[in-house]
Design a protein around this ligand. Structure first.
Ligand code: ADP
Ligand code: MP5
Length: 279
């Protein structure tokens, strides 16, 4: 039977991030996607113009509809917007006993719009992080959650450890916002103190809308298929590398990544992107 996954996230009318990026990624990687919409954003590659959060009871009703009928092998959360929606999300995950929970703590869109209310950060730490198998902040999000500045590899490790103190099994601090001009380096740390670096050549492109959502969705797919966390992160890194490599050039701003590029690269001899793993 096809593996079933769930994304709990916001809608991006521009189609590059949020629920739309997740569903495209799930489809490309061969799992069946269900979705719980937390907010509707009016958004394109130039930015977010308006946000309409769903009523918490509408989020709850969607969670129950999915939970009562589908066998969810893994799920990801994205834009959750406020503390009430975080509360409903955490309750739903607990009610249905869902495992393989990937928390992408979406806070700020690339154009600067706030996708999570400041007051909700505490709710995220208290209710959602303890349920996470892995939490995938980018560098600014990791700084907010940990309350620490990340300026080098030492402070990155310290921030990761602080994030784990809120109860997630593991963390990946994504490196898209890093300062290394040559490498996009994602740092993994788990509760046993095991750490890994997943490194790919940094691609010079402005077509980066939805990179975080796409990476987390690919990771979620790997978990749903029974891959180890290591394999799932590795494949997700290959997926985003392919999606950034073959630009679509859509829209006038930060364009979307190319969700079809990974499958195309699989069909080409030597086309799959190499990821360096440093232990
Ligand atoms: N220019 C780039 N070249 C290669 N990989 C990138 C680039 N930008 C981001 N990535 C990768 O995309 C994924 C998402 O990272 P990031 O952009 O930090 O997340 P977010 O979209 O949440 O800000 C990570 O695996 C990161 O290493
Ligand atoms: C609805 C929604 N969710 C998430 C993001 C973040 O996008 P990114 O993956 O580029 O950080 C977004 N812009 N819109």
């Amino acid at each position: 039977m096809i593996r079933q996954v769930l994304t709990i996230a916001g809608s991006d009318s521009g189609g590059g991030a949020g629920i739309q990026a997740d569903i495209k990624t799930f489809q490309e990687l061969g799992v069946y996607s269900t979705s719980v919409v937390t907010a509707v954003t009016a958004q394109n590659t130039l930015g977010v113009s308006e946000i309409y959060p769903m009523a918490p009871k509408a989020v709850k009703a969607q969670l129950i509809a999915v939970g009562e009928d589908f066998d969810i092998a893994a799920l990801k959360t994205g834009m959750l917007f406020d503390a009430e929606i975080i509360g409903e999300t955490a309750s739903g995950i607990q009610q249905f006993g869902w495992k393989n929970v990937v928390v992408d703590p979406v806070m700020i869109a690339k154009g600067g719009a706030s996708l999570l209310q400041q007051a909700a950060v505490e709710a995220l730490k208290e209710y959602l992080l303890p349920l996470a198998l892995v939490v995938t902040p980018n560098i600014p999000e990791a700084e907010v959650i940990s309350g620490m500045d990340i300026k080098d590899t030492v402070s990155r490790r310290q921030a990761a450890a602080k994030i784990l103190s809120f109860g997630a099994d593991s963390v990946v601090i994504k490196g898209g916002h890093g300062t290394d001009p040559h490498m996009a380096e994602d740092f993994y740390l788990n509760q046993n103190g095991e750490e890994l670096l997943f490194r790919s050549p940094r691609i010079s492109t402005a077509q980066t809308h939805g990179t975080g959502c796409t990476f987390a969705a690919a990771l979620t797919t790997g978990l749903a298929k029974g891959q180890s966390l290591y394999e799932a992160i590795y494949t997700a890194k290959q997926f985003i590398q392919a999606a950034l490599s073959e630009e679509l050039h859509i829209g006038a701003g930060h364009g979307p990544t190319n969700h079809a590029a990974y499958q195309k690269s699989m069909c080409r001899k030597g086309g799959v992107h190499h990821v360096e793993v440093v232990r």
